[in-house]
Design a protein around this ligand. Structure first.
Ligand code: URA
Length: 291
């Protein structure tokens, strides 16, 4: 075992995990072994990482440009049959966001009045980050500070999210896009309703089509349910690999939840190790299929 370097020690301290010995080799992405994955729950729903299915355009290895059209219906590879019937209602695809570019999409989000959340928002919060990122982190919805500033995860939970990003070797604005299941602040920071998530989903879907991330991390239950279109319990979904439109999805706790439930930070750390190892395998698989 090796001691954490000062930066990762800071991350672990922020996540409430220090003092802790680092996983051997976790610094080195190229050398990241499968053992780093260490999901806590057996990955009963996990699928091996494979090149994208034929109905999803393969990601070019460099210099990605315009987005291809991805299938509109989510692939429910990991959904057990009985869960499908419990799926929350989702609006029909919003034809008016299909094909929008980033500027038009963000303008549409800022002007949106598709649900009642628009009435009390100061501003809609479309999302932030690298528009060609490998990583997409999806939260629940803006809080008070985000509503004020127009950027997701800028409050206390955002500081923890930044440290979670650092633990997988990324930073806000660099190879990660951060968005939310709903783009407007729910009053009093309540959990967004199913119909609000459904009304907002076309925006998230279009963002995913434009970004074409390699891997999506769903932060908390509303984000996971929006993406997977099924009831999700984070404790049961952790450590499994789901898919949205052929893109692997990993589920973990929301940073705001972790701020209130310090004991679960260790589980979030394991989830991030799983995510990091999965990203390594995705890149490796892509390299192999391109060879
Ligand atoms: N919590 C979220 O889910 N999203 C934000 O943007 C801020 C806090």
């Amino acid at each position: 075992m090796t001691r954490p370097n000062p930066r990762s020690a800071g991350i672990l301290r922020e996540m409430g995990l220090a003092p802790l010995w680092r996983l051997r080799g976790a610094e080195d992405e190229a050398a990241m072994p499968m053992s780093v994955e260490a999901p806590v729950v057996p990955a009963v729903a996990s699928a091996p990482v494979a090149p994208p299915p034929s109905n999803v355009a393969a990601r070019p290895t460099a210099g990605r440009v315009a987005s291809p059209v991805m299938p509109r219906a989510p692939v429910r590879a990991a959904a057990p049959p009985e869960a499908a019937s419990a799926a929350p209602a989702r609006l029909a695809p919003a034809g008016d966001v299909v094909g929008l570019d980033w500027d038009a999409l963000e303008a549409r989000i800022r002007a949106c009045d598709a649900c009642s959340l628009c009435k009390r928002r100061k501003q809609a919060v479309p999302g932030v980050g690298d528009r060609e990122a490998d990583w997409l982190f999806v939260g629940e919805g803006p809080g008070a500070e985000e509503d004020e500033r127009g950027e997701p995860f800028v409050g206390q939970a955002g500081r923890l999210l930044d440290n979670m990003l650092a633990s997988v070797g990324i930073a806000r604005g660099n190879d990660v896009y951060i968005g939310n299941a709903v783009k407007c602040r729910p009053p009093n920071n309540r959990t967004p309703e199913t119909d609000e998530i459904a009304a907002c989903f076309p925006y998230l879907r279009r963002q995913i089509e434009l970004i074409r991330p390699r891997l999506i991390v769903a932060l908390g239950r509303p984000a996971a349910q929006a993406l997977l279109n099924q009831e999700v319990k984070i404790g049961a979904a952790r450590g499994k690999l789901f898919h949205y439109a052929g893109i692997p999805v990993i589920v973990t706790y929301h940073p705001a939840y972790l701020l209130r439930n310090l004991a679960d930070k260790a589980k979030a750390w394991e989830d991030l190790c799983f995510a990091r190892a999965t990203m390594g395998r995705l890149k490796q698989a892509e390299g192999e299929s391109a060879a």
